[in-house]
Design a protein around this ligand. Structure first.
Ligand code: NAP
Length: 433
């Protein structure tokens, strides 16, 4: 009998799992269950709005979604509309592909002041994720501090300083675009607790910072070593050499006519966010790197600013009905097997690292494990879920519905932009009625 699988989450790890299940050639049917009406997870809500080429991978996912044997239940939240226990009754296997939507916390005093936003929230806001529509950051400031030296920190810094024209061909949320373009931001500090060699951003992203229309990268040449030292793999060494070469070019970027600066600041760890109810400055302790770790030197300095965005990594949320490892922010699993017909893929399994393609092996492994563990299907699948949701008056969104929402967004785009994103779930549903 057909093996019925539910994949919870429609981001890259979810789609690579569906794809691997289909490619197995086995008698299998897969339903994708997604909390939002819109599919694609971080491709829509995380990848920077000016990185449209990266978002093109959604076309591949679309082919998968439209394949025979695949169903899509959007606007269905597991834990609210249907429980995991019920899904286990309906499906032979349930795959968790729900990512890591929470922000890791700095754990320093002042972190709860107004205008301090974790990057997951801030990126969600400028990417029109419905959860963050009310974030309402106050961008009436000339200085923003972004904490972290990863690709998300670079994304946030870049989106804050790009011009209206540079953002034309993007799908940035219109409310965020208006707020950022109206903002008097002049200086963005991107602060790493370790040095330029330890920074985690990749070279393509770093180089973009030297090619902005109205912004120059500022870096103290004294912090740049002559060459990459330390014990790195060949691959990492090559990446770091490229990054070092790029950073060495930054002081030569001509600042003439450019009104904004992104300051690459290293060897500084945040110790306190200062101000009244709202952030007014942030205090850092200078660091040195010993055995690869940042170590405080006791010397502190402050940067005055009106907004702080920690971009220090993501964290998964406990998933209702599934054991959670609070320490590591992932689901408890044995190489992807959560147990009792449940499997995990992507960031809820591995933690928030790697690029989009890093999720592919997870999907392949989950598919293999499912077929190892389940020889024959015995559960009803799709129709049973559709009936259960209908009985609860849940408005499940099909993939065809999403295509209508997609067409409505595309047709209302500004000239040059790929789409104008809806901001609320209600707006998306209204587009169908
Ligand atoms: P990340 O690459 O892990 O970077 C996190 C940064 O935060 C690091 O610089 C880290 O410093 C710093 N940090 C962590 N805890 C800190 C603390 N308590 N105080 C100060 N700094 C702290 O994470 P990410 O930028 O969120 O990116 C997540 C993943 O998505 C990465 O694999 C990334 O490459 C990927 N991504 C890729 C793209 C792209 O390809 N364009 C875009 C966005 C994201 P240490 O190094 O010292 O720990």
């Amino acid at each position: 009998m057909t093996i019925n699988v539910a994949v919870i989450g429609s981001g890259p790890s979810g789609f690579y799992t569906v794809d691997a299940l289909l490619k197995s050639g086995k008698d299998v049917r897969v339903d994708i269950i997604e909390r939002l009406p819109t599919p694609f997870g971080l491709i829509r809500g995380g990848v920077a709005p000016d990185h449209q080429t990266t978002k093109k991978v959604a076309r591949v996912y679309e082919k998968t979604a439209l394949s025979d044997g695949v169903g899509y239940f959007g606007n269905v939240e597991v834990g609210r509309d249907v429980s995991i226990a019920e899904l286990k009754e309906i499906y032979d296997a349930v795959v968790l592909a729900v990512g890591a939507p929470r922000d890791r916390k700095l754990g320093i005093p002042g972190e709860d002041k107004a205008n301090v936003f974790g990057s997951a929230d801030f990126v969600g806001w400028y990417n029109a994720h419905p959860d963050f529509k009310d974030l309402d950051p106050d961008l009436d400031t000339d200085t923003v501090v972004v904490i972290g030296n990863g690709n998300v920190a670079v994304d946030v810094a870049r989106v804050l300083v790009k011009t209206d024209e540079e953002m034309t061909e993007t799908d940035i949320a219109h409310h965020a675009h208006d707020a950022i373009q109206a903002s008097p931001i002049r200086d963005v500090y991107m602060v790493g607790r370790r040095g330029p060699i330890e920074a985690k951003f990749t070279n393509v992203e770093l180089r973009e910072m030297g090619k902005l229309d109205d912004c120059v990268p500022v870096i103290d040449p004294a912090v740049l070593p002559d060459e990459v030292e330390g014990d790195w793999s060949d691959r990492d060494r090559r990446l770091k050499e490229r990054n070092l070469a790029t950073m060495k070019e930054f002081p030569d970027v001509d600042p003439t006519g450019k009104s904004k600066r992104v300051h690459f600041t290293f060897y500084a760890m945040p110790v306190e966010i200062l101000g009244g109810d709202k952030v007014e400055a942030i205090r850092f302790e200078r660091t040195k790197v010993e055995n690869g770790r940042s170590v405080g030197t006791g010397e502190t300095f402050d940067i005055e600013c009106g907004m702080v965005i920690p971009a220090i990594g993501y964290f998964s949320e406990p998933f209702p009905g599934v054991p959670f490892d609070e320490q590591n922010g992932i689901v408890v699993h044995d190489d992807g097997r959560v147990g009792d017909g449940v499997y995990a893929v992507g960031w809820i399994k591995r933690g928030p690292t790697g690029v989009i393609g890093s999720n592919k092996p997870d999907g392949e492994q989950a598919a293999q494990q499912i077929f190892e563990d389940i020889a024959d299907g015995s559960k009803p699948g799709s129709e049973a879920l559709a009936n259960l949701l209908a009985g609860r008056d849940v408005r499940a969104i099909t993939y065809k519905d999403w295509q209508i929402i997609d067409a409505a967004e595309t047709s209302s785009a500004r000239p040059g932009a790929p789409r104008r994103k809806f901001i609320t779930v209600d707006e998306m549903i209204s587009a169908l009625d």
